[in-house]
Each structure stands twice: as structure tokens, then as C-alpha cells.
Design a protein around this ligand. Structure first.
Ligand SMILES: [Zn+2]
Length: 142
């Protein structure tokens, strides 16, 4: 049974076969709060253009935080949390699988629903805030 999903990986540390876990270095709550604040200030700034300075600063802070946490992303084994996963279809992985007589578990691709909702929610905030900031700056500098 060596026919496996291409997306699956083998952990050379604990011999776990499955999907990697993506760890974002950024804190999800911090990011949500930053975007919430950025959105609030941008919305207020769209009406009261004197708020353009704090609104722009918070917008860039949130943006930098998001970029930072997406850039410094680590993929680790979802069982032992070590950065030691290799693709199952690689030669080394196949060797380990044969050596240890491993059978790949039936891992149906299950995505963390909460993360998907969170990312979608954040994207909406990001887009709305960006539009508001552009509108606010345009209004202020026109
Ligand atoms: Zn592992």
C-alpha cells in the first residue's frame, strides 16, 4: 500500500503519516484585534478625516503583522510538532515505509474549519479596511 496522496507527508521522527500542520508565528487573536482596530479607525476616518494619521498607522501595523506571520510560517508534524516531515512519495520516505512496514492511515483531507472561517473573516476585514483607508486618504488629500 504505497499509493498515497501527494499532499501527505511522513515524519522521520515519529513515523506519522499525514498532513503537516502549519504554524503561524503570529498570534491569531492579536491579528484579529489589530484588524478590528484598523477597520474601526478607517471607518471613523472615512467620516472624520482628521483621524487619517492614527488610522493609517494602525492599518500599516496590522498589515505588517499579517505579512510577518504569513512569511514566517513553519510546517511541522501534527503529532510530534517537529520540523521533520518529508513527502511520502520521496525515495527516503518510501524506504522508511518499507523498513518499518508502515501502512498509511486513511487520512481524508480535513481542514480546520475554524481556520478557514478565520482567514475568510480576516480577508474581508483586510479588503474593507484597505478600501476605507484609500477612500479616507483620497478624501483628505484631494
Ligand atoms: Zn512527527
Amino acid at each position: 500500500m504505497l499509493i498515497l496522496n501527494n499532499m501527505e507527508k511522513l515524519c522521520t521522527q515519529c513515523l506519522y503519516i499525514g498532513h503537516e500542520e502549519a504554524h503561524f508565528y503570529g498570534n491569531f487573536t492579536t491579528e484579529s484585534i489589530l484588524w478590528g482596530m484598523a477597520f474601526f479607525f478607517a471607518l471613523a476616518g472615512a467620516f472624520e478625516t482628521f483621524l487619517w494619521i492614527p488610522a493609517t498607522i494602525i492599518f500599516f501595523l496590522a498589515l505588517l503583522y499579517s505579512i510577518g506571520s504569513y512569511t514566517f510560517k513553519a510546517c511541522v508534524c501534527s503529532k510530534c510538532h517537529k520540523d521533520s516531515m518529508i513527502p511520502v512519495n520521496s525515495e527516503k520516505a518510501q524506504q522508511i515505509i518499507i523498513e518499518h512496514g508502515l501502512i498509511a492511515p486513511d487520512v481524508t483531507s480535513k481542514q480546520d474549519q475554524r481556520t478557514i472561517v478565520g482567514i475568510a473573516f480576516r480577508s474581508i476585514f483586510l479588503i474593507l479596511t484597505t478600501i476605507l483607508v484609500i477612500f479616507m486618504l483620497y478624501k483628505h488629500f484631494e
